[in-house]
Design a binder for this molecule. Sequence first.
Ligand code: PLP
Length: 311
Amino acid sequence: MLMSELDGKIWMNGEFCDWKDAKIHILTHTLHYGTGVFEGVRAYKTNSGTAIFRLNDHTDRLFESARLIGMQIPFTKDELKQAQCDSVRINNLNNAYIRPICFYGSEGMGLRADNLKVHCCVAAWDWGTYLGEDKIKNGIKIKVSPFPKRNEMSMLYKAKVTGNYLNSMLALRDALNSGFDEALILDTDNSVNEGSGENFFIIKNNILSTPDLTTVLDGITRKTIISIAKDLGYSTVEKKISLDEVFEADEAFFTGTAAEVTPVIQVDNNNINNGLPGEITKKLQDTYFKLIRGNIKKNDSWLTLVDKNEK
Ligand SMILES: *Cc1c(COP(=O)(O)O)cnc(C)c1O
């Protein structure tokens, strides 16, 4: 099934339209120059109904991404939160992946990017496990990406900006073409950065380490895992990580809204934990799945029930 031919409704600039009619003009600025900001959000079925996970944080980050590229979103945070809840409800989704995107329209060409209208849309659909059920359970093999590398001089990795994903896509395709499941992108100083759309963690002697935020996206799942780890009695160090440390790690995993918590069992030709998901990784993953489904009371404030937000 083509993405453009799913059934349902898409929220465009304040109104819902039919899925198949959610179209834009060929001269849309963002199509040419990568000038959009977006989010990847998930909603899960809980005992009290479908709930969006960390909606406030995702919406805050969307506005922060826009601020970093000088884009003014013509809706309030509350309006965009409502649009995300409505998109899940109107499409009758129990579990959903939600994609808000803000982009410049077709009012003008060129890089001056002035006098352009900012368009905002929200699509939501049922999207299972990003890397597949088998991978999330049994782990993935990742390839250290020879290029492109992340550069400390660019602040833009803090933003979920569409243009950044050309790098990610090239790295991922290189990994897939070599028979791996994901890429591990490096910084220009060869320290470890992140996956194509996931943050990276290693565990050594019961301590978690993850690259500091200098050149990685401030992932919401990353933050969630640091918090879960703390609750389970594990500390996390945020620092530069060398490839040698990765090869010597006891365990490794990726985090992201799409990838959730995915064990890494091989990096290039080196097995991690003898090619099996690690015990601590499994504990963190298990707790994450309980949390997003509303089975951990303490974290209820991270769940927004879509029905409660009914107009
Ligand atoms: C979205 C994204 C992540 C994961 O962030 P979450 O907030 O956990 O979904 C990590 N890295 C990149 C490059 C991303 O785009």
